[in-house]
Design a protein around this ligand. Sequence first.
Ligand code: DGY
Length: 328
Amino acid sequence: MNSKLKVFVSRKIPSLGPDLLRKEGFEVKIWPEERPMQQDELIQEAKQADILLSLGENKIDPYFLNECRHLKMISQFAVGYDNIHIPEATRLGIPVGNTPDVLSEATADIAFGLMIAVSRKFFFNHKMILAGGWGSFKPTSHLGQELAGKTLGIFGLGSIGMVMAQRCQGAFGMKVIYYNRTSNELAEKQFNARKVSFDELLAQSDVLSVHSVLSDETRGLFDRQVFSKMKPTSIFINTARGGIHHEEDLYEALQNKVIWGAGLDVTNPEPMDKDNPLLQMENVAILPHIGSATVEARDGMSKLAAENIISYIKSGVIPHCVNPAAIE
Ligand code: DGY
């Protein structure tokens, strides 16, 4: 293979992937700073490279793509790729790879953990101790909800949603319903999951967990009107993308007891402002987008991002390609 191909990596990632690329004869340059790159910095570096290994924080819009139309491919270190303008990449013939599956266990663990944290008010109680407010046993205050036998509604039942369903059914015997464009036969067989309409999902879920991509169809979908169709006892979980829910409407829905609680690993914008009132609510748990933050998942993402590149250069095939039309 051509030993001179240059890969630019836009952030320090676990060394597995860069090591693999070097072993295969690529020249690898890694952005050394502990901050996201500005777009002009990224363009400058990408202009010197043949391939970009990008992160979700990089703005890869039509402007970037046209400035860097020479790129042979973009390999994204993430399953999500809403930061990349895929139609323009496809038009310019730049294929884009991503890293699905390797982070499904880790991300589902965060959804599962947030669900329990909200249902028993973990974060609120922890803050109360820190503030010196433990006090005496109070038989009727700060009561949570039990999850056993409740209904889990999954919005976007792909690989992360499957692990979430498995966790919830195994631990709490929860019933599983889901909303997808296509049926998930494996989930129907394995978890007795039932495909329902969007309105049914809203009306029947005790816990509604979002696992879909951020797209024109899902952007801002969970807004005031949608929350109003959910149960007043329900818990909303989002570990996918913050842009899928409307944050002010979520606050209002919680404040007015339209829904009961919320657990978020993703916010809009990120990072969330430290003074955001959601952070002080009793039935809310918020994490700083750590869904894939395990050693196993991040190693897997690094390796897969490198493998996508190696396979494409060697054989013209990207194992996980989001726009195969760009290759055709
Ligand atoms: C992903 O892979 O899309 C996760 O959100 C981590 O960025």
